[in-house]
Design a protein around this ligand. Structure first.
Ligand code: C5P
Length: 316
């Protein structure tokens, strides 16, 4: 039997097609209906057996990525969710040896696209493989849910609805592929701060419900209808904390995006460009117009295009 000494796992970012936020629960979390959609912006997480020469912490982290400002927001200590994933797996299985975890980041950091959660999902899968734990998918999903509300979705990918605090996942029928453009901000927003602002703005939040129009648009593969049904209850809170995001959303919409919203708790803004049965040349032209308009605002650190949906964690 060969034993892996290095495992690399690729994991996608998510955008929320609907984020319905209910009242704050007794445990401090909010009841959610969260429609996750995995898109082709990927982090790669590499886990390697550490040199056995000296005793050291279970996980030592390093990170690379295209954006210095985003990398500066990645904690490289035991608070990083990827390190916490390794620690939880070791604790639960009684196995594990010291590892070096390298994060190659392409998902925006503190950007509302679940980058930290994605890295945790990838670290779970990579350590499970490297340490030979062989956990079932069910147990991995259970550990993921304990790490954070968005971690389990990284394992699953595609399009799924999350209930509870977002961690209880059911797949959603979504046969078509869509093209997206994402406007990355130079700033990050703390998820907890955005939920706090939501509580201030919406003390009377109703129980969250899945939007049947969104469900139908996805099942039909109807890009125009999907664009009309995108919704995010956290958007007013994110705009309240970073008002300039409204100009970014307006610029993309005016340039022809068929849908626009803040992704999750922001500040990344997501623009639906097209897809389903639409002509590829028409979609490409629309994308070029939206990208140019967003760049011209001078408000975006980067503007990137991606496809959705895509599968969850993949061992490379
Ligand atoms: O679960 P996760 O660690 O990703 O959550 C980050 C923060 O977002 C929580 O500490 C909480 O403030 C907020 N949150 C919430 N309700 C949820 C999910 C997250 O209030 N359902």
């Amino acid at each position: 039997m060969t034993v892996d000494t290095t495992v690399t796992v690729r994991v996608p970012a998510k955008v929320n097609l609907q984020l319905a936020v209910g009242p704050r629960r007794e445990d401090g979390f909010h009841a959610l209906v969260n429609v996750f959609h995995a898109v082709s912006l990927f982090d790669e997480v590499t886990v390697k057996a550490a040199s056995p020469r000296q005793p050291r912490a279970l996980a030592a982290l390093t990170a690379t990525g295209q954006s210095e400002s985003h990398l500066a927001r990645v904690p490289l200590d035991e608070t990083n969710l990827a390190a916490r994933a390794a620690a939880l797996l070791a604790e639960e299985t009684g196995s594990g040896f010291p590892v070096d975890i390298h994060l190659d980041k392409h998902i925006p950091v503190a950007g509302g696209m679940a980058g930290g959660s994605a890295d945790a999902a990838a670290a779970l899968v990579a350590c499970d493989r490297l340490w030979g734990c062989g956990l079932s998918r069910e147990r991995l999903l259970d550990l993921a849910a304990r790490l954070g509300s968005d971690v389990a979705f990284g394992l699953v990918g595609d399009t799924a609805v999350g209930t509870g605090r977002g961690e209880l996942l059911d797949p959603m029928a979504s046969p078509a592929r869509y093209r997206w453009v994402f406007a990355l901000s130079t700033r990050g927003l703390s998820t907890a701060d955005v939920f706090g602002e939501y509580d201030r703005l919406r003390p009377d939040a109703p129980d969250p419900r899945l939007d049947p129009a969104l469900e139908k648009a996805l099942a039909d593969g109807d890009a125009e209808a999907l664009g009309r049904s995108l919704s995010n209850d956290l958007q007013p809170a994110a705009l309240s904390l970073l008002p300039e995001l409204q100009r970014t959303l307006d610029a993309g919409r005016s340039a022809g995006a068929i849908g626009a919203l803040v992704s999750g708790s922001g500040p990344t803004c997501a623009f639906l460009i097209g897809g389903g049965g639409e002509d590829a040349a028409v979609v490409a032209e629309r994308e070029a117009g939206v990208v140019a308009a967003l760049r011209a605002t001078g408000l975006c650190e980067q503007v990137v295009a991606a496809d959705g949906d895509v599968p969850g964690t993949t061992v490379l």
